[in-house]
Design a protein around this ligand. Structure first.
Ligand SMILES: [Zn+2]
Length: 305
């Protein structure tokens, strides 16, 4: 509920920015501008257009008059003006967001690279020796280095839609995840592999509920389809639960599928048998901040932190 209210507030704020531009647009009819200004004036300093002695309506006139004025104004504004303002604002926001990255790199360079962590980067320039390989989702909210509070050089990271590991396959091909596993395990000799899943995963939602209408491209469906047995297990074992609980269960079941698939790689299986490598399935709950870990003996996820 709180989340939905926040989303609504963000949408209203964005719409307010759009209509601020619409007000200033040269092709917005003067009558519409006047009505919008009147609505704003009425909001800021309510004056009695409907006398208070008229029952109910007189008391609630702000609730009737402001939306009424806005509605009339919107009817007068050509839709292309609104769309032009919306597109312009989006373009400017993208430019601002991109500029943030350039400014961010400048801060990283000045405050981190050449000062606080100069020694660390001098060592890392000689090579990397991370102890842990993480398979995480591409989701912008679950950057493993941030979530696990790590420094450069700590983690060897593979990120993809829904943090999935495909099964071992022989032969050539564009096996990005398998190539990263091979390098991380055979060359870097990591001692831990963490499959880091998360709540509200769009990839797992696409697997469990299907691709949203209008989003069905070429690649997501077959990619997430590799974890179909996670969805099948949830439908078989959690069929009576709520849609949200089933989705969470599927996110966790997909981590287990990736752990199973990791063991199909001969160079990983051998190292597990030799005690040189350990597999971990972790689940980050982005809503309550909890981290769960898979207990392979109990076949369930337990709170880690
Ligand atoms: Zn995800």
């Amino acid at each position: 509920m709180k989340q939905k209210l926040k989303q609504l507030a963000a949408t209203l704020k964005a719409e307010f920015q759009v209509y601020k531009r619409v007000l200033a647009h040269p092709k917005t009819p003067l009558a519409a501008k006047a009505l919008l200004w009147l609505a704003l004036a009425y909001l800021v300093m309510p004056f009695d257009l409907i006398p208070d002695f008229i029952p109910v309506i007189g008391q609630l006139d702000e609730l009737i008059i402001i939306p009424g004025l806005v509605y009339l104004a919107l009817r007068l504004i050509p839709s292309w003006v609104v769309e032009e303002c919306r597109a312009q604002l989006k373009k400017e926001t993208c430019m601002t967001d991109f500029q943030k990255l350039i400014d961010g790199y400048r801060r990283f360079h000045d405050n981190y690279f050449v000062t606080d962590e100069q020694q660390l980067f001098a060592e890392l320039s000689q090579g990397q020796k991370p102890s842990t390989l993480v398979i995480a989702c591409s989701d912008s909210r679950v950057d493993p280095a941030i979530v696990l509070d790590c420094k450069p050089g700590d983690l060897f990271v593979v990120r993809n839609v829904a943090n999935l590991v495909p099964p071992y396959e022989q032969g050539g091909g564009y096996h990005g995840v398998s190539a990263a596993l091979e390098f991380g395990v055979s060359a870097l000799e990591v001692q831990h592999i963490i499959v880091l899943g998360h709540r509200q995963c769009g990839g797992i939602k696409a697997l469990f509920e299907g691709i949203p209408e209008g989003m069905d491209g070429e690649f997501i469906k077959p990619w997430v389809g590799m974890a179909k047995r996670a969805a099948d297990r949830v439908n078989a074992e959690h069929g009576h639960e709520t849609a949200d609980d089933k989705l969470c269960a599927c996110e966790m079941a997909a981590i287990v599928v990736s752990l199973e698939n990791l063991q199909t790689f001969p160079f990983i299986r051998t190292r597990i048998e030799q005690g040189l490598i350990k597999l971990h399935g972790w689940y980050f709950d982005i809503i309550n901040g909890e981290m769960k870990a898979y207990n392979a003996d109990q076949l369930k996820f337990e709170t880690l932190v």
